[in-house]
Design a binder for this molecule. Structure first.
Ligand code: T5A
Length: 211
């Protein structure tokens, strides 16, 4: 039986460079002959992608609670259908956002509270923890400026600055509580510097995980 794969996640607010760094990490893992499944949340399954469309483009109002439930529904399906089977078969999984995003955006940003997010995850038995999380962090206004260059904002990107400030605070508080897993990277630096830091952290992780 192959040994269990590793679960790597990328987190951070809008425009911090998750997609850019996800591609960089994927290329590094592949150069080491690591079989990696690349996926994202919300999304990653047919149901999850349909929920993602609703979450980002719903024209009718979405309550904070409904938003959390839809994120969690996407996560449960994704975990059961894609992430767990891949890890169990020895593949590594690289995921653009996972549960930390719900603590940040719904717990912090929407002010539902971290306990509510934790209770829902517990109820749904979503207890999988990433082995390492890259939290890309930078001032919110700078990330939103990067996103603005890409066109029309989606439903969540249209939120007020205070919403993102609360989400950023929740991310950083969570990282402070779990420093071994959550690695905060300064995403406001030039891309070469960001990738040098991501690379350094990834190499340390690979060295300690036989990658
Ligand atoms: N959400 C998600 C919740 O509320 N709760 C949850 O539980 C979950 C899972 C998902 C939305 O859903 C919310 C959070 C989000 O609002 P998304 O598409 O995953 O949406 O999130 P976005 O943050 O919108 O992701 P993007 O793909 O749009 O942005 P990225 O990936 O962070 O940024 P990226 O890599 O596309 O880079 C943006 C631009 O900046 C440039 C890139 O070239 C690109 O043009 N760039 C840099 N420029 C200068 N210097 C650097 N260092 C740069 N790095 C990248």
């Amino acid at each position: 039986m192959s040994s269990r794969g590793r679960f790597i996640t990328l987190e951070g607010l809008e425009g911090v460079g998750k997609t850019t760094n996800r591609e960089f990490i994927e290329a590094t893992l592949k150069s080491r002959d690591i079989n990696v499944v690349v996926t994202r949340e919300p999304g990653g399954t047919e149901l999850g992608e349909q929920l993602r469309h609703l979450l980002l483009h719903a024209s009718a109002p979405v309550s904070a609670e409904a938003e959390l439930m839809m994120m969690a529904a996407s996560r449960k399906q994704h975990t059961v259908d894609v992430i767990e089977p891949a890890l169990q078969s020895g593949k590594w999984v690289l995921c653009d956002r996972y549960a930390d995003a719900s603590y940040a955006y719904q717990g912090g940003g929407r002010q539902l509270g971290l306990d509510v997010v934790a209770s829902l995850h517990s109820l749904l038995t979503i207890d999988l923890q990433p082995d390492i999380t890259f939290l890309l962090d930078m001032p919110i206004a700078d990330g939103l400026k990067r996103m603005a260059a890409r066109g029309k904002p989606d439903r969540i990107e249209q939120e007020e600055l205070a919403f993102f400030e609360r989400a950023r605070k929740a991310y950083l508080q969570r990282a402070a509580l779990q420093p071994d897993r959550m690695k905060v990277v300064d995403a406001g630096a030039p891309l070469e510097q960001v990738q040098a830091r991501v690379s350094e952290l990834l190499m340390q992780f690979l060295d300690s995980n036989n990658g």
